[in-house]
Design a protein around this ligand. Structure first.
Ligand SMILES: [Zn+2]
Length: 367
């Protein structure tokens, strides 16, 4: 705990923070490939205790099995003597750590320097071929977000790792090991240590496309965090601007059934919108037996964040199907990636892009 407090106090003095990313959670098996793989255990072993490549790792009652050899420890670490290692198709730098979950499955973590993490992240979130100023803005936002998550998790004392590697946090694709990495590397280095700041690390959320207006954090997560809704004319030509989701009535009811909605037939669906702003607060579904009030953000979680792309939508329904017609992709808070892309292409710097999406935050160099 003391360490955590020190971490918060001295954050501005950090030289090069490390970050722990969850690569895979609750998987029964993982395959690691790399040049001269070695394993490290909590108990000392001969240095360079090599294992066969590829290494298939599963959980056992007392620890882990790597290929057919047992390692009875609470966790193991695996690295390679040279180059990146491949973990079920994700290329990662540094060591990975494998832990057992309470369900007897595997949690696979990667600890790496934050600046390296940002390089892989930009590949996962957006394309390395985007305008450099848009990528720099993304790098600053993602660095701030990652450090803030780390701080929050440390103060909650809650977890083995800082970040998920999927849509729940930031999309981490691993390293790509190709020339585009060098471009991204230069972009990340150009903003090294820079974060968004307002009485501490700023909650620097970002998303794919706001659809024309960004959203307040409190409306998405219900927590009081500094945020600002801006009218965004820049993402108008984004491919994510307009979308449609069509579900059969049966499929829709089935998905809601697991969340407490009873009934076999829809009688009505209505929407409750925010007074100011285009997004929905609540979706009200009436069936022949019950009425369900469901938060629009919760509905995204249930139907899938990639399917119901935002909470900015209209619904048409018939006895056969439910049609969502929507605008934008993502929660809508903070930086809009497609808007940032257009801003950069029209000559705006990354500082100007950040000022536009985070008007309450200032830029600060931590290391
Ligand atoms: Zn936008």
């Amino acid at each position: 705990m003391m360490q955590n407090r020190l971490f918060s106090l001295f954050l501005p003095l950090l030289l090069m923070p490390l970050i722990r990313v969850a690569l895979f959670k609750e998987v029964p098996q993982v395959t690691v490939q790399g040049y001269q793989l070695y394993v490290k255990t909590p108990e000392p072993r001969p240095i360079g205790y090599h294992i066969d490549d590829p290494a298939h790792i599963t959980a056992t009652d007392d620890g882990f099995a790597i290929n057919s050899e047992n390692f009875d420890y609470p966790f193991i670490q695996i690295g390679a003597e040279k180059e990146l290692i491949d973990v079920d198709g994700k290329k990662v730098d540094g060591k990975i750590e494998i832990r057992k979950t309470p369900n007897g499955k595997l949690l696979v973590l990667n600890e790496l320097p934050l600046e390296d993490y940002l390089i892989g992240l930009i590949h996962g979130e957006i394309s390395a071929l985007w305008h450099p100023e848009a990528l720099k803005a993304q790098a600053v936002a993602a660095r701030t977000y990652a450090l803030k998550r780390q701080q929050q998790k440390a103060s909650l004392n809650s977890s083995d790792y800082d970040l998920e590697s999927d849509i729940a946090d930031q999309v981490y694709a691993g390293m790509m090991d190709d020339p585009k990495d060098r471009i991204v590397q230069e972009i990340v280095a150009a903003t090294k240590g820079e974060v968004l700041w307002r009485n501490g690390l700023y909650p620097a959320y970002f998303h794919s496309c706001c659809g024309g207006q960004t959203e307040l954090a409190s409306r998405v997560w219900g927590k009081k965090e500094s945020s600002y809704s801006v009218i965004d004319p820049f993402c108008e030509n984004s491919p994510q601007r307009k979308w449609q989701l069509r579900l059969s009535q049966r499929d829709f009811l089935n998905q809601l059934k697991s969340h407490g909605l009873e009934g076999s037939r829809i009688k009505n669906i209505s929407l409750e919108r925010y007074e100011e702003g285009p997004r929905n607060v609540m979706v009200i579904v009436e069936t022949n037996v019950a009425t369900l009030f469901i938060g629009a953000t919760d509905l995204r979680r249930i139907l899938g964040y990639k399917e119901l792309k935002s909470t900015w939508f209209d619904i048409d329904w018939s006895p056969r199907e439910i049609v969502f017609t929507g605008t934008g992709y993502g929660h809508g808070v903070g930086l809009c990636q497609w808007g940032a892309k257009t801003m950069a292409e029209s000559g705006k710097t990354y500082q100007e892009i950040l000022k536009f999406y985070y008007p309450k935050a200032t830029l600060r160099k931590l290391y």
